[in-house]
Write a protein that binds this ligand. Structure first.
Ligand code: PMP
Length: 451
């Protein structure tokens, strides 16, 4: 594509540095400019229509162009466009949202704490864990365990928790004191002849070995996504979470469930904590809390976390943490309306109703000559491509993605896996349309490869 002078694409490459983008490739090829959205569809600046089968970044649960969220934002903007929650100040939307989240929480939680992004929520979780250990007189209990291929964000602490090379390489990360244990992706990480249940046992043993090697008295917390998202949509094998939680309990290690993708219905329950019978001490949420119409995230913390933290704040005189826009009244008002829509329209029920079709059509693609594995649960999934002679690992995914885009389907290439995570308002015929386009793209790509 040639980039016209003074076009939005030309101005974009002239002035804007993009996240998760090869900056030199963007200088050459430009960007795809999305102009508007409606339901599960978005339109680019040339009027081309796409099915947004990634819901933006796994996040637009109620779809694009939801007027109720526009109105909720406008109402709050007119009444009180900004206030904060520092120094014992508060405002209605933050109180209402905190109350709603604590009432909805899948396990007993004590308090909600607001931040603006998933990264900040996980960063804050780590700081709370450290603060708590100091409050309990255990200053040595600070180490945090995460997993290879886990994704928890990009700030210095949360990028350290993330277990992906691109988030560490050239950033001098991870920080010391953060460790990554085995990824529960059976096909990739199993040993020769290892059954799935033996693999699960080994995942738990690897965690226990790491804890013992480091010293249990030094390990404060474990963080994990119930289903790994940005690491490639990895659904852990049966029994995995039970085995992991046993180790955490044995050594008095806090459990942080990162529900930034799973939260608010993605796996067919409001929280994946229910789907996988988890007992987290901290839950972090973002994305679908507001369908990303406004930036907002939250931590839900239980009494085990809150009580020592409250004591320490009293000792010191303040809980010395917080960002200016946290619990923003407009973002909180939008989140409340978004959650109301999810409940009123039973979008979680819609996920459960459509999941069998979504997953069976995805699974059917596993037998395509180009594919090696289909993975997923609820309305999230990925198809991984087979390694192929003449192509480096991670080279095929973006090439197929380009074919999909050409056909009007937005997915995301995670190496050679193509992810799907459509808005939760999607209909049955739209699920079929997603997979029809996906299959067409795969067949076209196969022709292209053999030409
Ligand atoms: N945790 C998970 C599980 C995520 O998927 C993401 C974002 N993809 C984050 C944390 C970080 O969220 P943010 O991009 O809002 O910082």
């Amino acid at each position: 594509m040639t980039i016209q002078p003074n076009s939005i694409e030309a101005r974009d490459k002239a002035y804007q540095l993009h996240s998760y983008t090869n900056a030199r490739a963007l200088e050459r090829d430009g960007s795809l400019v999305i102009d508007r959205g409606e339901g599960v569809y978005v339109y680019d600046n040339n009027g081309k229509k796409y099915i947004e089968a990634m819901a933006g970044l796994w996040s637009v649960a109620v779809g694009f162009g939801e007027n109720r969220l526009v109105e909720a934002a406008a109402r709050q903007m007119a009444k009180l466009p900004y206030y904060h929650t520092f120094t014992a100040r508060s405002h209605g939307p933050s109180v209402e949202l905190a109350e709603k989240l604590i009432q909805m929480a899948p396990v007993p939680m004590s308090k909600a704490y607001f931040t603006n992004s998933g990264s900040e929520a996980n960063d804050t979780a780590m700081k709370m864990v450290w603060y708590r250990s100091n409050a309990l007189g255990k200053p040595e209990k600070k180490k945090i365990i995460s997993r290879i291929k886990g994704y928890h964000g990009v700030t210095i602490a949360s990028a350290s928790l993330t277990g992906l090379p691109n988030n560490h390489r050239s950033f001098d990360l991870p920080l010391p004191g953060i460790f990554h244990t085995t990824c529960p992706h059976y096909r990739v990480f199993k040993q020769e002849g290892e059954t799935e249940s033996a693999f699960v046992e080994r995942c738990a043993k690897d965690l226990e070995d790491l804890v013992l090697r480091e010293g249990p008295e030094t390990v404060a917390a474990f963080i994990g996504e119930p289903v790994m998202g940005a690491g490639g949509v990895i659904v852990p094998p049966a029994g995995y979470w039970e085995a992991i939680q046993k180790v955490l309990k044995k050594y008095d290690i806090l459990f942080i469930a990162d529900e930034v993708i799973c939260g608010f219905g993605r796996t067919g329950k409001m929280f994946a904590t229910e789907t996988f019978s988890l007992e987290p001490d901290i839950i972090t949420v973002s994305k679908q809390i507001s369908s990303s119409y406004q930036p907002i995230s939250a931590l839900l913390i239980n009494e085990k976390v809150y009580q020592p933290l409250a004591d320490e704040s009293a000792n010191i005189g303040t809980f010395g943490h917080g960002v200016t826009a946290a619990g923003h009244p407009v973002a909180a008002a939008v989140a409340l309306e978004n959650i109301a829509i999810i409940e009123e329209r039973d979008l979680v029920g819609n996920v459960r109703a459509l999941a069998p079709k979504f997953q069976s059509r995805l699974k059917a693609m596993e037998s395509h000559p180009l594919a090696i594995e289909a993975r997923g649960t609820g309305l999230i999934g990925a198809l991984e491509l087979k390694p192929r002679d003449g192509f480096a690992a991670g080279e095929l995914g973006p090439k197929l993605l380009a074919v999909m885009l050409e056909k009007g389907l937005i997915s995301r290439a995670i190496g050679d896996s193509l992810a799907l995570c459509p808005p939760m308002i999607i209909s049955e015929s739209q699920v079929d349309a997603v997979f029809d386009l996906f299959e067409d793209s795969l067949n076209a790509f196969q022709k292209q490869l053999s030409a």
